[in-house]
Design a binder for this molecule. Structure first.
Ligand code: SAM
Length: 271
């Protein structure tokens, strides 16, 4: 039995559990449309998504290109791309709930050029792609080198990898706790990722979106943490998983408030 309130939360849920439960909770609120599972970013008062805007500004999608969304969530990014470009998209995720939903939505909208499947990007990736997107999914990888190697093999010459994620600036106990609660063993420093891609001779462009990350005040975050501590012992098994995930998200917000993490995008072009 845990001895203090913090160790009580040090439980690692599996990645499918985290995202299946998150989906069950979020999809009720968001009704029947795809939605970003990534962090809330904003442009001052504007509610458009600076990350997706940056992707469309910096990456040229062309008709008939094959795009892999590695860690696709509800398929939001691919659904947004097909609104503008006639691409062939494949989205993979470990969450069967996300994939079932994305598939249904693609079928309902007669989007035969979008396919979704439950698949682990740490396994060899079949096919060859013009672009590979990994938005807030890479940090879940237990073996980053394997994932980069899989992406590298599946990417066509002159193809591009678009990675967006939280990156670590300094280690801290909160970082360790967040990694545990989010099953995020691949949470790393941005420089480490750059090095791995440089070793494979990629040309790199990097963008810092940290100033667009919206976080609540530490006081409010602490209040939510107390609320979760009270609720968790009486919560159902399903709700418990979401509370643990939410607790991990609150820790991440605090890490942003403390300038311990940064939010960056890297566009790597294969030479
Ligand atoms: C924070 S969500 C981001 C979803 C989506 N990219 C977006 O921006 O809306 C992380 C996603 O990565 C997926 N994921 C994590 N590890 C994975 C793995 N090894 N293979 C495939 N998908 C993975 C999760 O299932 C989830 O869909």
């Amino acid at each position: 039995m845990p001895t203090n309130s913090f160790s009580y939360y040090l439980k690692m849920n599996s990645i499918p559990d985290i995202y299946d439960h998150l989906f069950s909770f979020e999809s009720k609120r968001k009704k029947l449309s795809h939605y970003p599972v990534h962090k809330k970013l904003s442009n001052g008062d504007q509610f458009d998504d600076p990350l997706i805007n940056l992707m469309f500004e910096k990456i040229k999608f062309r008709d008939n290109e094959k795009i892999l969304d590695a860690g696709c969530g509800t398929g939001d990014t691919l659904f947004q791309i097909v609104e503008k470009h006639s691409i062939q998209g494949i989205g993979i995720s470990l969450s069967s709930k996300e994939i079932e939903f994305a598939e249904k939505l693609a079928n309902a909208n007669k989007l035969a050029n979008l396919r979704f499947k439950v698949y682990d990007f740490q396994q060899p990736i079949e096919g060859s792609f013009d672009k590979i997107l990994a938005i807030e999914s890479l940090k879940h990888a237990s073996n980053i080198d394997q994932v980069i190697s899989n992406f590298h093999k599946a990417l066509k010459k002159e193809g591009q990898i678009f990675i967006a994620d939280d990156f670590l600036m300094h280690d801290s106990i909160k970082v360790e706790r967040h990694k545990l609660l989010w099953n995020a063993s691949g949470f790393m420093k941005f420089g480490e990722l750059e090095e791995k891609l440089k070793t494979l001779n990629y040309n790199l462009r990097a963008y810092d979106l940290t100033s667009h990350v919206r976080c609540r005040s530490n006081l409010m975050i602490e209040a939510f943490k107390v609320f979760i501590n009270i609720l968790k012992p009486i919560a159902s098994k399903n709700l418990k998983v979401n509370l643990e995930t939410y607790y991990g998200a609150l820790l991440l917000e605090q890490l942003y408030n403390e300038n311990t993490v940064e939010y960056k995008v890297i566009i790597a072009t294969k030479s």
